[in-house]
Design a protein around this ligand. Sequence first.
Ligand code: PCA
Length: 209
Amino acid sequence: MRVLLSGFAPFGGSGLNPSWEAVRRLDGVQATNTVELFATKLPVSYREAADRLFASVRVICPDVIIAVGQAGGREAITPELFAMNRSNSENPDNEGIVLTDQMIVEDGPEKYKSALPVHEIIWTIQKLGIPVELSENAGGFVCNHVFYKLMHELEKNGKSKIGGFIHVPFLPEQTLENDAPSVGIDQLTEALKQAAIVSAAAFSETATV
Ligand code: PCA
């Protein structure tokens, strides 16, 4: 079974993005006998990010898609429960686009729930002693945009795959000039690997019922 993890390019003046730094270490990793991991990098662009993710999905043909992004300032790895049909951020994406109070999909539902086993993911990461908690708000920027479009696409395709979104805190090297919380790269990478394994197991259960 294949799990595709996406990470984002750096944005907002930072030279790196922990989401890509972690998932790129998982590209090509055989996580268990039956679970193979793949990684793809997305631009921080409202216009392009989701299409780039869908292009990778067409090439890799994963059963599980886990999109990952940076949520600087958070203390814990946060699986997101809901994708909202609304972009609203004062921050420009990497193409200079600012979206305020805009629907992502006209006539789409107000929100989608993650199809990942978020509670199992949290328990598993917690057992490793890595900070993790549920989030019910993926924000109004490019991450929520990709998350919503991913869930919309999965819904249109009859839920033959599962997917969702996980936000991750800064890396320690991004917090040298402020006292923002951070999680180290080894912990981030291990947490996302476990999230992929747990999600693959949940997918096989639904697929065999
Ligand atoms: N985080 C941003 C976009 C890219 C990223 O890594 C967000 O939370 O929307």
